[in-house]
Ligand binder design. Structure first.
Ligand code: DGJ
Length: 774
């Protein structure tokens, strides 16, 4: 019996070619290092069950409905979700793909689609459907360093007639268990990637996207884990798709205790005409197994993204601290106002200035000018190079915002090319944020955009570009297509064409993707743009959840996080500048508020924050992350990020609501070296004395009745929070942990009490004691 065993550092994946020619999935899990005997792994097919279909006269007990397979088809007795559904040239929906051959390919890449790189090996298995004259090639690539295996498929029409692909997935995994927990990242605008965990029940559990992009509704990332798997122990499988369009993930559990997981392009509105001799390639899907709980899965995905997805000059490079003028000014800016902001930013140690929406055409609000990619000369008489030079002289790099997939009906572009917008001839168009989508299935549109942006990006010393996308798709239709079922995928291919041309041409620019915040955060976009704007919601309490969800799948080195104004513009919630920083420091730090309106106390804090972030930036952005506790299941979200040499670590703790009579907090670390001695130190924070209100006489009894001091307090006298410092070996810190100072609970405050209030947080640095200090 021929079988295939794919090994990574810690995992094995095994399947075989059955006598019938089907590929039977045999095992995926912890590495099997000894010589492999596959008979114990095979499904035993001694007798057939009632109401099942016998595959053929030659294989009368082969019942595909209860067989773990590499790919499933329709019309031969498997009534679960099919991997592939093809309307053959005679109109039938029957497929029968059987093994033909296998080969190894080096440096494998997908046509037209973004894919991972530096693969250890790729195995290509060709299956043939003789009845329909089709080949289906399954690609399996391994990444030994991070235990990831990727999968994709190519369907080749060898017949003389056209066929229609109704559905084709990228990855199917048939597991021989039920009762798996399924974790997904779900949300909406301002509430992206909230963690949902449920036990997959008999039948189908499905997430998908139907709005043309990967979406904030359901991210394509999924975890299936055995019951009782925790952050640090237990078996789990992670999956993600390298694709930015409509996707679908299904988890199907049967009465026979089997679980079928599938991911790929969504079949919603999908149908693809495959001409004779043509082929169709599916996006690359990724999977990982870890017995180290969900942290094991996250860590492998973080490595995978940093090593095999993000590419070019920004790979593994420290990301700059930026200031963005959006929430500081919205559309209401002058060049002077921007330069004042840049001047202040530079004095605080910020490195990059980002000019957001409103610098082009007649764009002075969000009703007009999208599509008119010409600098607004009344706002910037010397063009982008004029303002860019001035910003550069202040010691800052310069970046701009664009939204090149959109057009406002009130724009010169729409007036001259109404046919370039996505509208449907049978209906009035539907707007979202006053805008329409540009038809990227049309090469003329793509060429025009590439030309305009090439002009813009070459017109000044631009080192960063924020690429926005602010509406979901509607009115799906393109006059360029004869089969409208190809609209969504051809749009995504068109987008990748534009991105690949521009990012190759401007290979030094740091691109950040954005879609009303985090509406298109996926591995496809990360192949072109090394980072994304995680959410328009910068409220530190909401961000704690959004970031915890996002970090489950994507590394900190990709996650844009800004300190914004107080009260927060999305929630009107108040929080201290240090709390806002603490949360933002878990991603790529930026400031998005009018720095010139900050109090002197806050400015002092910002300056300290920036130097603290710079000191620990390498560990914060690229350290190995261990989640210590989750805000989705407790009142605390906490993480530690550890440098590869385990000499430095940073801990972030982010609380939910303040609790009276709080339990004692134990800070139990992870990932440190047992026999290394570390110093753990709280990052000092400040808070305003007036926060105590009437309790000031408890907090500062010796001063509270002094009238002058009362006045000073009213004007923002600030106090420092506690500073804990411990020296201990890694084994104690990780196995026992530190009992932290008590949290404030009405009865008194001094420098050994932690003031947290609602959604408060702390950062702790963890530094190895150098030899001579020991
Ligand atoms: C939506 C983005 O998410 C914001 O950060 C900002 O860039 C606006 N678009 C500008 O229109």
């Amino acid at each position: 019996m021929q079988y295939f065993k794919l090994d990574t550092l810690n995992t094995s994946y095994i399947f075989e070619v059955m006598d019938s020619g089907h590929l039977q999935q045999l095992y995926y899990g912890k590495k099997i290092a000894n010589p492999c005997e596959i008979t114990p792994l095979e499904e035993k097919l001694g007798t057939s069950l009632g109401t099942t279909v016998a595959y053929s006269a030659k294989f009368p007990t082969l019942n595909l409905n209860n067989l773990s397979q590499e790919i499933s088809t329709s019309g031969k007795g498997d009534y679960r979700e099919p991997f592939i559904l093809v309307k053959n040239s005679n109109g039938s929906l029957v497929s029968n793909f059987l093994f033909s051959r296998a080969e190894h390919i080096s440096n494998f890449e997908l046509d037209e689609l973004p894919s991972s790189y530096a693969k250890t090996d790729t195995l290509a298995i060709t299956l043939t459907d003789k009845g329909a004259n089709l080949d289906l090639i399954l690609y399996y690539s391994t990444f030994a360093d991070c235990d990831i295996i990727t999968r994709s498929a190519k369907l080749v029409n060898n017949g003389e007639k056209t066929i229609i692909i109704e559905k084709i997935a990228s990855l199917q995994l048939d597991l021989p268990y039920a009762n798996l927990d399924m974790t997904t990242l779900d949300g909406a605008w301002g509430k992206e990637r909230q963690i949902t965990k449920r036990t997959a029940q008999i039948g189908l559990t499905q997430i998908d996207s139907k709005c043309g992009i990967s979406s904030n509704i359901h991210n394509p990332f999924v975890i299936l884990s055995k019951q009782n798997t925790t952050d640090s122990v237990g078996d789990g499988y992670g999956f993600n798709l390298i694709y930015s369009g409509n996707h679908k993930e299904t988890c199907e559990v049967t009465i026979h205790n089997k679980t079928r997981f599938m991911t790929g392009i969504s079949d919603f509105g999908f149908s693809w005409t495959l001409q004779s001799k043509a082929s169709f390639v599916t996006p690359e899907a990724t999977m990982v197994f870890s017995d180290l709980g969900t942290n094991g899965i996250s860590q492998q995905y973080h490595t995978f993204v940093n090593e095999h997805i993000v590419r070019g000059v920004w790979k593994n490079k420290l990301r700059p601290i930026l200031v963005n003028n959006w929430e500081a000014t919205y559309f209401n800016f002058t060049q002077k106002k921007l330069l004042d902001l840049a001047q202040k930013a530079s004095s605080l140690g910020i490195e990059l200035f980002v000019l957001d929406d409103g610098w082009f055409g007649k764009r002075t609000d969000d009703t007009k000018a999208l599509g008119d990619w010409y600098v607004n000369k009344s706002r910037f008489p010397d063009g982008l190079s004029g303002i860019c030079d001035k910003i550069n002289k202040l010691g800052l790099d310069f970046g701009i915002w664009v939204e090149p997939e959109m057009v406002n009906p009130d724009s010169d572009l729409f007036r001259s090319h109404p046919d370039w917008a996505v509208t449907n001839p049978d209906y009035d168009y539907s707007l979202s944020r006053n805008q329409l989508l540009l038809d990227y299935t049309n090469k003329d549109v793509r060429d025009y955009i590439v030309t305009r942006l090439t002009d813009i990006f070459s017109s000044a010393n631009i080192s960063y570009v924020k690429w926005d996308f602010n509406r979901p798709m509607s009115d799906f239709y393109s006059p360029t297509l004869t089969n409208q079922g190809e609209f969504f995928h051809k749009y995504t291919l068109g987008l990748y064409d534009v991105l690949s041309r521009l990012t190759k041409k401007f290979d030094k620019i740091l691109f950040e993707s954005c879609a009303s915040g985090g509406n298109r955060v996926d591995l496809g976009m990360l192949c072109y743009m090394p980072q994304y704007w995680c959410s328009d919601n910068t409220d530190s309490c909401d961000r704690t959840k959004i970031q915890e969800g996002t970090l489950l799948a994507y590394p900190a080195s990709t996650l844009g996080a800004h300190v914004s104004a107080c009260p927060n513009h999305q929630t009107l919630r108040m929080s201290t500048i240090d709390n806002r920083f603490n949360v933002a420091s878990m991603g790529l730090l930026g400031y998005e508020l009018d720095l010139n309106k900050l109090s002197n106390n806050d400015l002092k804090s910002v300056k300290e924050q920036i130097s603290y972030y710079k000191k620990y930036r390498q560990t914060l952005q690229y350290g190995k992350q261990y989640k210590l506790s989750s805000i989705f299941t407790s009142n605390l979200s906490s993480f530690i990020r550890v440098s590869p040499d385990k000499q430095t670590a940073i801990v972030g703790m982010f609380y939910g609501q303040a609790i009276t009579s709080p339990p004692s907090d134990i800070l139990k670390l992870d990932g440190l070296e047992d026999a290394t001695k570390y110093v753990v130190t709280t990052k000092k924070q400040s808070f305003e004395a007036k926060q105590f209100g009437d309790l000031i006489n408890i907090a500062l009894p010796h001063l509270a009745n002094n009238p002058i001091f009362k006045m000073v307090i009213e004007h923002g006298y600030s106090l420092e929070t506690e500073c804990e410092k411990y020296t201990s070996y890694g084994d104690l810190l990780c196995n026992a942990g530190i009992k932290l100072y008590q949290a404030f609970s009405s009865s008194g405050w001094n420098e050994t009490v932690r003031i947290l209030t609602d959604y408060g947080g702390r950062l702790y640095s963890v530094e190895a004691v150098k030899d001579k200090q020991k």
